[in-house]
Design a protein around this ligand. Structure first.
Ligand code: ADP
Ligand code: MG
Length: 703
């Protein structure tokens, strides 16, 4: 028997939880802290000093030597700068570890090396990190030792957001305020807050580290830039939910333990569709903490993989021809007195509050489909959304049979007098219990699906922060709630007014509802007929941030200023260009220095063979034919390589960021595909032993 693992005991061992604070802080200090956590406001410096000392003592008892303000700049990953708790030694050379309230509350990293999109000139390098009291501090352990991590927001000297957390917190407050107005209309006066809750399902690939290190593309780009398909792909569907192999199993076990210690409720794990692909889902929590935790999940996945001789790939499309990775962002709204606003109950047709919420969400998603699409785009996700893979780039909503029927009744007759019920699931086997069936089957192809008591936004990329999609969801729904509440609060006959409003919204925005197959060609045509946007790439999606409609939305709720939005759009273009540039340069390097030389050496061997066979008086036509075919592809590759080199150089010379990004997409990215095609063919033609890098078969089937 292996050692017994006590999950209850290890859970949140590395987190300075509310429980630990209560235990370690004087009663009045804890009370003040809790008040600020729940209601906002400012912590006095005296209180902050006491909290800082308690936090430091706990961290030091657990081996910490340093602290860091942990933040989420616009690079999409987290950043940290470590400071030791050491202080000036006294006259006798003794040193006491210290940590003050001021150090806890505010930090000042040099902001000049983080993307700011023109918000901050380099000579105005000041940036501040500010403690996010609502997200607990935790300990991170790595080769540098144990570090106390304090979740913080990151702003410029003028208070502009330079990170993902600040606007997220702003959006949570906005949706809370507007959602409260809605529940109050229905008599819920006990609620004081509405929380956006989020549960992200994270997909990832694992590859053997030795093989990974032999591929520059994986090292520099996180995805394969060359690679012919293996003889077997995912067609047998034998990997999905399949038995988890020993090596992967021991990785998952380690990963879970590490995450549980960090207070992350890792709950579900399974193999995904593609070979070497897996998934982990935690239990949902408040959006802010869910975003922080998802960053920790991604970091921990990578770290633990190293210990098992593997590398974790979070890229959205590490391998062409097999499924890529995404992140299903499950989102809902719950009041602090226990009402899930997205719970329809058994008879949604009678649940007026739910129908109003649903109508508002339909309106929000239809009105801001472009923003939602934008919030899920990153460079890697271009290979999924709108490319040859699901989900499609067109935003639509799946409601399921029951709700769609209720919407239909409301729109067509103005009344909904019944809800389709699920009934019993009959297996036809007497020893199996008959189960209550859900009223609705699943739909796997919808980008935005209602799944019982939440919406599942399935477009998000696997490597991306989930902050942006949740900022967007909170904001657009806040706007719809606000508009509805503005009308309803003034209504003389509330029941009549709410009825009319639900009908109006549902009628107007029904075009966003689609329950069919989102992967089909027919849907693309149908969506065009309905006038729904089909935005195919990240660079095309970026300008959604700065439309008049978007600026109005975000400024109204104090989530982004126009300047912040413009800077974010600029950063997206920069990020796109930089990423594609790295990919192009990596391809050039691999083709020039590894692949073409290997093929050239091979043609030499073939040529020698042809001569030798001929000299021996035998028929060398087969060898000559192979040599010919390879030489043709070699020439094609060389030409494509030259084109790619030229285009990449040309792209880099463009100074305007938007123009540059479009050039990278239209010209460089296309030239990359043109080089990849003949090289992948060469891979299938030459002797396996001469191919200089591990193949798809080796990478995804031999983990
Ligand atoms: P699936 O059927 O998509 O695999 P799961 O039951 O595994 O769904 O749940 C997916 C995620 O949805 C989990 O992270 C879960 O915690 C989350 N989830 C469940 N209820 C809610 C909710 N009310 N709000 C947000 N997320 C939720
Ligand atoms: Mg799911």
């Amino acid at each position: 028997m292996s050692e017994v693992l006590n999950v209850e005991e290890i859970f949140a061992g590395k987190v300075f939880t509310l429980g630990k604070m209560k235990e370690r802080l004087p009663r009045n200090v804890f009370k003040e802290l809790k008040r600020v956590m729940d209601q906002g406001g400012e912590l006095s410096l005296a209180t902050a000093d006491v909290v800082a000392k308690a936090m430091k003592d706990w961290a030091v008892e657990n081996g910490a030597t340093h602290y860091t303000h942990w933040f989420q700049p616009l690079t999409g990953i987290t950043a940290e700068k470590h400071d030791a708790f050491v202080t000036h030694p006294d006259a006798e050379g003794r040193m006491l570890l210290e940590f003050s309230g001021k150090e806890l509350i505010k930090g000042e990293p040099d902001a000049s090396s983080f993307p700011s999109g023109g918000l901050r000139a380099t000579f105005e390098a000041r940036g501040y990190t500010v403690w996010d009291i609502t997200s607990p501090a935790f300990l991170k352990e790595d080769a540098t030792g144990v570090i106390l991590c304090i979740p913080t927001a990151f702003c410029s000297y003028k208070g502009e957001a330079l990170d993902k957390k600040t606007p997220l917190l702003r959006s949570m407050e906005a949706v809370s305020e507007q959602a409260l107005r809605i529940v109050r209309l229905f008599g819920n006066t006990g609620a004081t807050k509405v929380m956006a809750s989020v549960g992200p399902e994270q997909e990832y690939f694992l590859v053997d580290r030795e093989k990974y290190l032999k591929r520059d593309d994986l090292i520099f780009a996180g995805r394969t830039l060359f690679g012919a398909p293996a003889p077997k792909g995912q067609e047998l569907e034998d990997h999905y939910f399949g038995t988890i192999r020993e090596r992967i199993g021991s990785y998952m076990k380690d990963l879970n333990i590490e995450l549980w210690r960090l207070g992350v409720t890792a709950k579900t794990q399974h193999n995904e569709v593609a070979p070497a692909q897996h998934e982990l889902a935690p239990i949902y929590e408040t959006a802010n903490i869910a975003v922080d935790h998802n960053q920790l999940v991604m970091e921990t996945m990578k770290k633990v993989a190293g210990r098992h001789g593997m590398t974790c790939l979070l890229h959205e499309k590490p391998f062409a021809g097999v499924n890529g990775s995404g992140k299903h962002n499950n989102w809902s709204l719950g009041t602090d007195n226990g009402v899930n606003m997205l719970d329809p109950g058994d008879t949604p047709n009678e649940n007026i509050q739910f129908l109003l919420v649903l109508a508002c969400i339909m309106k929000a998603v239809d009105t801001h489909a472009d923003l939602l699409r934008q919030s899920a785009s990153d460079v890697g996700n271009d290979h999924r959304l709108g490319a040859n893979e699901a989900p499609p780039a067109i935003i639509s909503m799946f409601l399921g049979e029951q709700l769609e029927d209720v919407v239909k009744q409301l729109v067509e007759t103005g009344e909904a007098d019944h809800s389709i019920q699920g009934g019993k699931l009959q297996t036809g086997v007497s020893t199996l219990t008959d189960l209550d069936k859900d009223a609705t089957d699943r739909n796997r192809t919808s980008p935005f699906a209602f799944t019982g008591n939440k919406f599942e936004f399935r477009m998000v990329g696997s490597s991306d922060s989930i902050a942006d999609p949740n900022i967007t969801l909170n904001a657009i729904v806040a706007e719809a709630f606000c508009e509805a509440a503005d009308l309803l609060e003034k209504a003389e006959d509330f029941e009549m007014a709410v009825h009319d409003l639900i009908k109006e919204y549902m009628t107007k925005h029904r075009r966003i509802v689609f329950n069919g197959n989102g992967y089909s060609e027919e849907w693309v045509a149908e969506a065009a007929r309905r006038g729904l946007p089909n935005i195919r790439s990240m660079v095309e999606a970026s300008s959604a941030l700065t439309t008049e409609k978007a600026i109005k939305l975000f400024e109204k709720f104090g989530i982004f200023t126009k300047a912040e939005l413009e800077s974010r759009e600029e950063i997206l273009y920069e990020t796109y260009s930089k990423t594609i540039n790295i990919e192009a340069l990596t391809m050039i390097e691999m083709a020039k220095k590894q692949i073409l030389p290997a093929v050239i050496r091979y043609t030499r061997t073939l040529a020698d063979t042809v001569i030798a066979v001929k000299e021996a008086g035998a028929d060398a036509s087969v060898q000559a034919e192979v040599l010919d075919e390879i030489s043709v592809k070699l020439a094609e590759s060389k030409r494509a390589l030259t084109v790619l080199e030229e285009k990449t150089a040309k792209a880099s010379a463009i100074s305007e960021e938007k123009e540059k990004a479009f050039f990278f997409k239209d010209e460089v990215f296309t030239a990359m595909a043109a080089l990849r095609a003949p090289v992948d063919e060469l891979e299938t033609m030459v002797d396996r032993n001469v191919w200089p890098i591990p193949t798809y078969g080796e990478l995804i089937f031999e983990v």
